[in-house]
Design a protein around this ligand. Sequence first.
Ligand code: NAG
Ligand code: NAG
Ligand code: NAG
Ligand code: NAG
Ligand code: NAG
Ligand code: NAG
Ligand code: NAG
Ligand code: NAG
Ligand code: NAG
Ligand code: NAG
Length: 444
Amino acid sequence: MMFHKFAYPLAMAGFLAVIISQAGAYDPLDPTGNITIKWDIISWTADGYVAVVTMTNFQMYRHIMNPGWTLGWVWPKKEVIWSMVGAQATEQGDCSKFKGNVPHCCKRNPTVVDLLPGVPYNQQIANCCKGGLVSSWGQDSSAAVSSFQLSVGLAGTSNKTVKLPLNFTLLGPGLGYTCSQAKKVPSTVFITPDGRRKTQAWMTWNVTCTYSQILASRYPSCCVSMSSFYNSTITPCPACSCGCKNNKTCISNDAEIRSVVGKNISTRASGNTGSGIKCTNHMCPIRVHWHVKLNYKEYWRVKMTVTNFNYRMNYTQWTLVAQHPNLDNITQVFSFDYKPLVPYESTNDTGMFYGLKFFNDVLKEAGADGNVQTELILKKDMNTFTFNQGWAFPRKIYFNGDECRMPAPDEYPYLPSSAISNVISSSTVASILILVFANLLVTI
Ligand SMILES: *[C@@H]1O[C@H](CO)[C@@H](O)[C@H](O)[C@H]1NC(C)=O
Ligand SMILES: *[C@@H]1O[C@H](CO)[C@@H](O)[C@H](O)[C@H]1NC(C)=O
Ligand SMILES: *[C@@H]1O[C@H](CO)[C@@H](O)[C@H](O)[C@H]1NC(C)=O
Ligand SMILES: *[C@@H]1O[C@H](CO)[C@@H](O)[C@H](O)[C@H]1NC(C)=O
Ligand SMILES: *[C@@H]1O[C@H](CO)[C@@H](O)[C@H](O)[C@H]1NC(C)=O
Ligand SMILES: *[C@@H]1O[C@H](CO)[C@@H](O)[C@H](O)[C@H]1NC(C)=O
Ligand SMILES: *[C@@H]1O[C@H](CO)[C@@H](O)[C@H](O)[C@H]1NC(C)=O
Ligand SMILES: *[C@@H]1O[C@H](CO)[C@@H](O)[C@H](O)[C@H]1NC(C)=O
Ligand SMILES: *[C@@H]1O[C@H](CO)[C@@H](O)[C@H](O)[C@H]1NC(C)=O
Ligand SMILES: *[C@@H]1O[C@H](CO)[C@@H](O)[C@H](O)[C@H]1NC(C)=O
């Protein structure tokens, strides 16, 4: 039972670790998570080459949502893009020196976006045209890829004269990604669909982009609130979790709601900078509520509710990550999909939740339908299990890949001191006592 004594310092250490971990582009729950951009030169042309660019999202739980990715780079020489399939440059730039054939883009630093679904087939290639949406690897690895093809002119026409593009930038769709320099890697080998022949790219280079929450936004974009059957206190999200209330920019009445709902969803800002957020003390677009609901003899039960406070945003393909030491013995998850994340072999305390297709994979805009919920049943490990010292609450929660602000450890709902001895000495008696107690108190 060493945990009781150290729970508080541990929680504090965790809190500090959060602050420190956000400073680097390193996510301890997904240490190898990255988006890799691969350029395969598949043929030389009279004045350059044709390349297929493939973006693969290897991040377990961070997807690219509406309005999709934007990729940029700087040409090292005077390259132009003659044509593109499956994506387009947002600006053509100054092509005035070209007569006859006019390039698709003459900018030295082109900015490229995906095409929308439903473009004509002759503008499509495999894995393109999804409006820039890319699933997370953990949720759907088959949809975690986005591709386009481009024909580059005024470039080299051999692997000795081609220069790699510089200074890649990726918006996904907001800030947060930092990309490495392009690096030549062994040429990709393609296998024909019948599996009987291999071909290979003339030349391949990779760029790796990693995410850092602190670069994405000054404030978190979600917060956690808590309650339990054993204490009627509801611990709210900390005030100003995602910025402080300013009733000039947040939504507080029905007339304002009507004026924003369903309007103008194409804001590129990620999360809380838009002005479609309901006025609350925490000002987060997303709140995750963890309710310790029931105590059985060998199991315990948690209800988790994710609430959307953003009137301008439907969160499609949302993901939620939770870290709690008892998740290695999770027995049942209602209404959500669940997948354990095991970044380190020694610990199995983290898992991702996401919605069931066509049922609750869209977290709807704020309002009566703007929430999704699940219940979890966890099997107790009697050596570590306790309701004491906030042990039953999560260590970390992420929504859509961003870490949520937690209440301070000393504000977690406490087990009333009279109940502690019961729970610890005889779990059976305590279960009955607590079940009775639970019925007297509000459930959320
Ligand atoms: C990117 O992610 C892949 C898959 O997890 C991993 O194999 C690779 O090492 C990562 N690359 C970097 C530079 O971290
Ligand atoms: C170019 O390709 C040839 C043949 O594939 C290879 O031997 C050579 O090392 C490559 N040169 C460079 C600079 O990549
Ligand atoms: C690429 O980025 C580096 C560092 O930010 C900068 O010094 C350099 O000038 C940039 N190169 C180009 C071609 O923009
Ligand atoms: C380049 O990226 C691809 C993913 O698109 C990956 O499979 C490959 O391992 C990467 N190569 C290197 C050397 O990182
Ligand atoms: C903003 O809130 C304050 C206090 O809650 C209130 O006094 C004030 O009238 C509100 N202003 C507007 C424009 O709603
Ligand atoms: C959210 O989705 C619903 C139904 O698909 C749609 O009616 C609504 O306009 C969408 N809201 C926003 C803010 O995009
Ligand atoms: C959406 O909002 C942005 C910024 O608030 C504005 O520039 C843009 O014109 C708006 N678009 C539409 C379709 O209302
Ligand atoms: C982690 O825990 C889950 C839930 O009990 C289990 O299904 C999974 O097999 C475990 N994975 C490892 C690597 O221990
Ligand atoms: C909990 O899970 C761990 C690792 O998966 C396993 O070793 C242990 O026996 C489980 N405990 C119970 C009570 O099932
Ligand atoms: C319930 O939890 C709150 C917050 O931690 C604490 O202040 C309060 O004393 C607890 N209630 C009881 C009856 O122990």
